[in-house]
Write a protein that binds this ligand. Sequence first.
Ligand code: MG
Length: 256
Amino acid sequence: MSQRISNGLAERRVLGFAKGILLDWDGCVAVGGRILPCAKRLIAEHADRVAIVSNNSTHLPADLKEILAWHDVDFPQDRIFLAGVEAVRDVAQSGAKRVMLLSAPKIRDLARTLGVPLVRDNPDVLVLMRDARFSYAKLERAANALRQGARLVVANADRTHPGPADRVVPETGALLAALLACAGDAKFEPSVIGKPGPLLFQRACQHLNVAPQHAVMIGDNPETDGEGALRLGIRSILIGGASSLKLEDLLEPIAA
Ligand SMILES: [Mg+2]
Protein backbone atom coordinates (compact mmCIF):
# COMPACT_ATOMS: atom_id res chain seq x y z
CA MET A 1 0.00 0.00 0.00
CA SER A 2 1.45 3.38 -0.95
CA GLN A 3 2.28 5.99 1.64
CA ARG A 4 -0.59 8.43 1.61
CA ILE A 5 -0.24 11.86 3.08
CA SER A 6 -2.96 13.53 1.04
CA ASN A 7 -5.94 11.73 2.66
CA GLY A 8 -7.66 11.48 -0.66
CA LEU A 9 -6.73 14.89 -2.06
CA ALA A 10 -5.53 13.44 -5.38
CA GLU A 11 -8.61 11.24 -5.64
CA ARG A 12 -10.94 14.17 -4.90
CA ARG A 13 -9.27 16.04 -7.76
CA VAL A 14 -9.83 13.05 -10.05
CA LEU A 15 -13.50 13.02 -9.03
CA GLY A 16 -13.73 16.75 -9.63
CA PHE A 17 -12.59 16.31 -13.25
CA ALA A 18 -14.52 13.09 -13.97
CA LYS A 19 -17.47 13.38 -16.32
CA GLY A 20 -19.07 10.25 -14.91
CA ILE A 21 -18.78 8.57 -11.52
CA LEU A 22 -19.70 4.90 -11.18
CA LEU A 23 -20.42 3.81 -7.64
CA ASP A 24 -20.46 0.30 -6.28
CA TRP A 25 -23.38 -0.51 -3.94
CA ASP A 26 -22.48 -3.17 -1.33
CA GLY A 27 -19.74 -2.02 0.99
CA CYS A 28 -19.61 1.36 -0.70
CA VAL A 29 -23.04 3.02 -0.83
CA ALA A 30 -24.72 0.59 1.57
CA VAL A 31 -24.08 -2.18 4.04
CA GLY A 32 -26.97 -4.54 4.69
CA GLY A 33 -29.47 -2.19 3.07
CA ARG A 34 -28.40 0.76 5.23
CA ILE A 35 -27.05 3.74 3.31
CA LEU A 36 -23.72 4.99 4.64
CA PRO A 37 -23.82 8.70 5.57
CA CYS A 38 -20.65 9.38 3.54
CA ALA A 39 -22.23 7.82 0.46
CA LYS A 40 -25.21 10.11 0.86
CA ARG A 41 -22.92 13.15 0.87
CA LEU A 42 -20.83 11.85 -2.03
CA ILE A 43 -23.93 11.31 -4.17
CA ALA A 44 -25.16 14.81 -3.29
CA GLU A 45 -21.79 16.36 -4.25
CA HIS A 46 -21.81 14.75 -7.70
CA ALA A 47 -25.54 14.16 -8.17
CA ASP A 48 -25.90 14.63 -11.93
CA ARG A 49 -22.86 12.47 -12.84
CA VAL A 50 -23.35 9.37 -10.68
CA ALA A 51 -24.51 5.91 -11.70
CA ILE A 52 -24.71 2.88 -9.40
CA VAL A 53 -23.05 -0.23 -10.82
CA SER A 54 -23.52 -3.34 -8.72
CA ASN A 55 -23.17 -7.10 -8.87
CA ASN A 56 -26.38 -7.31 -6.83
CA SER A 57 -28.63 -10.02 -8.24
CA THR A 58 -31.54 -10.04 -5.82
CA HIS A 59 -32.93 -6.53 -6.21
CA LEU A 60 -34.48 -4.39 -8.91
CA PRO A 61 -33.37 -0.80 -9.57
CA ALA A 62 -36.71 0.31 -8.07
CA ASP A 63 -35.76 -1.40 -4.78
CA LEU A 64 -32.46 0.45 -4.52
CA LYS A 65 -34.14 3.70 -5.47
CA GLU A 66 -36.61 3.09 -2.63
CA ILE A 67 -33.83 2.32 -0.12
CA LEU A 68 -32.12 5.56 -1.16
CA ALA A 69 -35.40 7.46 -0.87
CA TRP A 70 -35.88 6.19 2.71
CA HIS A 71 -32.58 7.89 3.44
CA ASP A 72 -33.70 11.11 1.72
CA VAL A 73 -31.64 10.53 -1.41
CA ASP A 74 -33.57 11.14 -4.62
CA PHE A 75 -31.76 9.00 -7.21
CA PRO A 76 -32.98 8.21 -10.76
CA GLN A 77 -33.85 4.55 -11.20
CA ASP A 78 -32.48 4.46 -14.76
CA ARG A 79 -28.98 5.18 -13.44
CA ILE A 80 -28.90 1.95 -11.39
CA PHE A 81 -27.30 -1.03 -13.19
CA LEU A 82 -27.56 -4.41 -11.44
CA ALA A 83 -26.02 -7.71 -12.54
CA GLY A 84 -29.14 -9.81 -11.91
CA VAL A 85 -31.47 -7.56 -13.89
CA GLU A 86 -28.97 -7.15 -16.73
CA ALA A 87 -28.48 -10.95 -16.87
CA VAL A 88 -32.23 -11.43 -17.29
CA ARG A 89 -32.35 -8.71 -19.97
CA ASP A 90 -29.49 -10.38 -21.80
CA VAL A 91 -31.13 -13.80 -21.76
CA ALA A 92 -34.47 -12.29 -22.82
CA GLN A 93 -32.77 -10.78 -25.88
CA SER A 94 -30.82 -13.96 -26.68
CA GLY A 95 -33.88 -15.84 -27.91
CA ALA A 96 -33.22 -18.81 -25.59
CA LYS A 97 -36.11 -21.28 -25.78
CA ARG A 98 -35.78 -23.02 -22.40
CA VAL A 99 -34.26 -21.17 -19.44
CA MET A 100 -33.64 -22.53 -15.96
CA LEU A 101 -33.31 -19.55 -13.62
CA LEU A 102 -32.05 -19.91 -10.06
CA SER A 103 -32.76 -16.55 -8.47
CA ALA A 104 -34.83 -14.56 -6.02
CA PRO A 105 -38.60 -14.67 -6.69
CA LYS A 106 -38.77 -11.05 -7.85
CA ILE A 107 -36.11 -11.70 -10.48
CA ARG A 108 -38.21 -14.64 -11.72
CA ASP A 109 -41.16 -12.26 -11.94
CA LEU A 110 -39.05 -9.86 -14.01
CA ALA A 111 -37.99 -12.73 -16.31
CA ARG A 112 -41.63 -13.69 -16.89
CA THR A 113 -42.51 -10.05 -17.59
CA LEU A 114 -39.74 -9.91 -20.21
CA GLY A 115 -41.02 -13.12 -21.83
CA VAL A 116 -38.18 -15.43 -20.75
CA PRO A 117 -39.45 -19.04 -21.15
CA LEU A 118 -38.72 -20.52 -17.71
CA VAL A 119 -38.48 -24.29 -17.27
CA ARG A 120 -37.64 -26.68 -14.41
CA ASP A 121 -35.67 -29.21 -16.45
CA ASN A 122 -33.78 -29.67 -19.72
CA PRO A 123 -32.89 -26.02 -20.27
CA ASP A 124 -30.72 -24.74 -23.08
CA VAL A 125 -29.58 -21.91 -20.80
CA LEU A 126 -28.99 -22.07 -17.05
CA VAL A 127 -28.94 -18.66 -15.35
CA LEU A 128 -27.49 -18.57 -11.86
CA MET A 129 -27.67 -15.69 -9.41
CA ARG A 130 -27.98 -15.23 -5.65
CA ASP A 131 -30.80 -17.51 -4.62
CA ALA A 132 -31.45 -17.54 -0.87
CA ARG A 133 -33.62 -20.64 -1.44
CA PHE A 134 -30.83 -22.55 -3.17
CA SER A 135 -31.22 -26.22 -2.22
CA TYR A 136 -29.80 -29.68 -2.76
CA ALA A 137 -32.61 -30.39 -5.24
CA LYS A 138 -31.83 -27.24 -7.26
CA LEU A 139 -28.13 -28.09 -7.23
CA GLU A 140 -28.93 -31.56 -8.58
CA ARG A 141 -31.12 -30.22 -11.38
CA ALA A 142 -28.67 -27.48 -12.33
CA ALA A 143 -25.57 -29.72 -12.32
CA ASN A 144 -27.29 -32.22 -14.59
CA ALA A 145 -28.50 -29.47 -16.89
CA LEU A 146 -24.87 -28.42 -17.35
CA ARG A 147 -23.78 -31.98 -17.97
CA GLN A 148 -26.43 -32.19 -20.67
CA GLY A 149 -25.02 -29.18 -22.46
CA ALA A 150 -26.90 -26.13 -21.13
CA ARG A 151 -25.08 -22.81 -21.56
CA LEU A 152 -24.25 -21.20 -18.22
CA VAL A 153 -24.87 -17.52 -17.48
CA VAL A 154 -24.00 -16.20 -14.02
CA ALA A 155 -24.88 -12.80 -12.60
CA ASN A 156 -21.50 -12.50 -10.90
CA ALA A 157 -18.68 -14.67 -9.61
CA ASP A 158 -18.34 -13.03 -6.18
CA ARG A 159 -18.32 -15.60 -3.39
CA THR A 160 -19.48 -13.20 -0.67
CA HIS A 161 -20.34 -9.58 -0.08
CA PRO A 162 -20.01 -7.67 3.20
CA GLY A 163 -23.00 -7.80 5.53
CA PRO A 164 -23.89 -6.01 8.75
CA ALA A 165 -21.86 -6.56 11.94
CA ASP A 166 -18.82 -7.69 9.95
CA ARG A 167 -20.57 -10.82 8.67
CA VAL A 168 -20.38 -12.09 5.10
CA VAL A 169 -23.33 -12.73 2.81
CA PRO A 170 -22.89 -15.76 0.51
CA GLU A 171 -23.02 -14.65 -3.12
CA THR A 172 -23.60 -16.19 -6.53
CA GLY A 173 -19.96 -17.33 -6.81
CA ALA A 174 -20.40 -19.59 -3.77
CA LEU A 175 -23.35 -21.29 -5.50
CA LEU A 176 -21.32 -21.45 -8.72
CA ALA A 177 -18.50 -23.24 -6.87
CA ALA A 178 -20.98 -25.85 -5.59
CA LEU A 179 -22.38 -26.28 -9.09
CA LEU A 180 -18.99 -26.68 -10.74
CA ALA A 181 -17.96 -29.15 -8.03
CA CYS A 182 -20.79 -31.43 -9.21
CA ALA A 183 -20.48 -30.94 -12.94
CA GLY A 184 -17.73 -33.50 -13.54
CA ASP A 185 -15.12 -33.17 -16.24
CA ALA A 186 -17.30 -31.28 -18.68
CA LYS A 187 -15.81 -27.90 -19.62
CA PHE A 188 -17.92 -24.85 -18.85
CA GLU A 189 -17.19 -21.30 -19.74
CA PRO A 190 -19.78 -19.33 -17.82
CA SER A 191 -20.82 -15.96 -19.24
CA VAL A 192 -20.34 -13.60 -16.29
CA ILE A 193 -22.61 -10.56 -16.58
CA GLY A 194 -21.39 -8.56 -13.56
CA LYS A 195 -18.09 -6.93 -12.71
CA PRO A 196 -15.26 -7.45 -13.66
CA GLY A 197 -17.02 -8.12 -16.98
CA PRO A 198 -17.54 -5.05 -19.17
CA LEU A 199 -21.34 -4.99 -19.50
CA LEU A 200 -22.39 -3.00 -16.41
CA PHE A 201 -19.60 -0.46 -16.85
CA GLN A 202 -20.48 -0.01 -20.52
CA ARG A 203 -24.20 0.41 -19.88
CA ALA A 204 -23.54 2.98 -17.14
CA CYS A 205 -21.08 4.96 -19.30
CA GLN A 206 -23.48 4.90 -22.24
CA HIS A 207 -26.31 6.13 -20.08
CA LEU A 208 -24.21 8.95 -18.61
CA ASN A 209 -23.00 9.68 -22.14
CA VAL A 210 -19.32 9.59 -21.15
CA ALA A 211 -16.36 7.80 -22.68
CA PRO A 212 -14.78 5.25 -20.30
CA GLN A 213 -11.60 7.31 -20.01
CA HIS A 214 -13.64 10.19 -18.60
CA ALA A 215 -15.31 8.03 -15.97
CA VAL A 216 -14.18 6.92 -12.51
CA MET A 217 -15.25 3.77 -10.68
CA ILE A 218 -15.44 3.90 -6.87
CA GLY A 219 -15.60 0.49 -5.23
CA ASP A 220 -14.28 -1.71 -2.45
CA ASN A 221 -13.28 -4.80 -4.42
CA PRO A 222 -10.01 -4.75 -6.39
CA GLU A 223 -10.91 -7.91 -8.31
CA THR A 224 -14.26 -6.70 -9.60
CA ASP A 225 -14.46 -2.91 -9.31
CA GLY A 226 -10.74 -2.28 -9.84
CA GLU A 227 -9.93 -4.95 -12.43
CA GLY A 228 -13.13 -4.46 -14.43
CA ALA A 229 -12.62 -0.70 -14.64
CA LEU A 230 -8.95 -1.11 -15.61
CA ARG A 231 -9.81 -3.41 -18.52
CA LEU A 232 -12.01 -0.70 -20.04
CA GLY A 233 -9.68 2.22 -19.34
CA ILE A 234 -11.87 3.55 -16.53
CA ARG A 235 -9.95 5.00 -13.58
CA SER A 236 -10.76 3.35 -10.31
CA ILE A 237 -10.62 4.51 -6.72
CA LEU A 238 -10.62 1.70 -4.20
CA ILE A 239 -11.86 2.23 -0.68
CA GLY A 240 -12.25 0.03 2.39
CA GLY A 241 -10.21 -2.98 3.44
CA ALA A 242 -8.23 -3.28 0.21
CA SER A 243 -7.16 0.37 0.33
CA SER A 244 -5.83 2.93 2.75
CA LEU A 245 -8.68 5.20 1.65
CA LYS A 246 -12.15 5.41 3.12
CA LEU A 247 -15.21 6.79 1.39
CA GLU A 248 -15.13 9.84 3.65
CA ASP A 249 -11.69 10.75 2.22
CA LEU A 250 -13.41 11.36 -1.11
CA LEU A 251 -15.74 14.01 0.29
CA GLU A 252 -14.95 17.68 -0.08
CA PRO A 253 -13.91 19.06 3.32
CA ILE A 254 -16.69 21.04 4.96
CA ALA A 255 -15.73 24.71 5.07
CA ALA A 256 -15.15 25.97 8.60
MG1 MG B 1 -18.69 -3.87 -3.02
